[in-house]
Write a new protein. Sequence first.
Length: 454
Amino acid sequence: MKEYDEKYLDHIRSIIQADDREQARKELADLHPADIAELYQDLDLQEAEYLYRLLDEDTAADVLMELDEDDRLKLLNAMPAEQIAKQIDHLDTDDAVDLIQQLDEEDRDEILSHIDDVEQAGDIIDLLKYDEDTAGGLMGTEMIVVNENWSMPECIKQMRMQAEDMDEIYYVYVVDDDDKLKGVLPLKTLITHPSVSKIKHVMETDPNSVKADTPIDEVALDFEKYDLVAMPVVDSIGRLLGRITVDDVMDEVRESSERDYQLASGLSSDVDADDSIFAQTKARIPWLLIGIVSGILASLILGSFESKLEAVTALALFIPIIGGTGGNVGVQASAIVVQSLANGSLEVKEFSRQLGKEILIGLLNATIIAGVIFIYNLITLPDNFAVTVAVALSLFVVVMFATILGTVVPLTLEKLHINPALATGPFIQISNDLVGLIIYVQIATMCLKIFPQI
């Protein structure tokens, strides 16, 4: 990806202001569509529109898909429906669907009505019916398909005809007379078996495939597991519908990772650094307000414990340790569970096994942490045995609680089909802070009664 300094951007702007189209075309000619998209992000909308109109249709379509969603939508809103339809003519169906999904339903219908290729328009309409978070919503219909009963010469002839409108050929898919996926024909076979009687005698049977309603995260796991570059998509009875390519999967994985990271950071919606102040504030404020409410509750809890704190001020010194340790333990436990759910190494049905394992880990961590703080307080607070016991016991209970909470919450969210990444952020931190404080107050009160001499 190119980086453009202000000197180059000023040069481009001067060309636009001078309306020097020939020079502008020369500047764009040597740039990759992704680099042109990067350039557009540093220009205002009118400047980007000016350059966009100078691109040939193939490049214009590629640039459109390289833009991030916000910049793409701005450009689309500034274009007439007829022009958008022309760009769609040069896109694969999966990219065309991604583009159209950004628009209002009324705009979608108008654009589809201007697409010259009726078959492509029909494919797009069919793909729009699928949930965008499923294999069907991610697939495209551009692929080479041959019949298992064809001879090799006939197969090659049909492949040449189908390949004319395709940029990349990953696999040749074999179907029966009912369009059910039967196998894959390696390109090597076309060379080594040129005179075979029928395709079904040399095809590879039982190819990896995925159903149209399969969630995208499961599709991504299959691509990683089997080292695929493309995967066929079938319906419930095995008929071939389309194919998903690895670049589409990687885009979805990246976007999903960004959403999870922002959710874990306490952002309620997907935002970028160049989004408006209002949009960023709207995304950040919900968890910040929840944090304020949590702080108020914590102050009320401490208020009820005020007399004890005044009598034994050493108790107040360990409040940050109690809250911080509980939060750290909870985030660690939840992060491991969320990561394991994401990469497929853990399933919800293993709830009990994972919980049991985490409890054992929690017991070990709690014993070590409580032991360290107990020894430290024995040395530094020899006259405050009640505090020594209260802090150590509280840390033990808090670590156990945080471990269990950090394990149970993401597994429960996954079972309820809610993004478990929520459990690695402020939710766990705030929960542990409040509960940890309550635990500390109750245990400290009990210890002060048991050891009244302190």
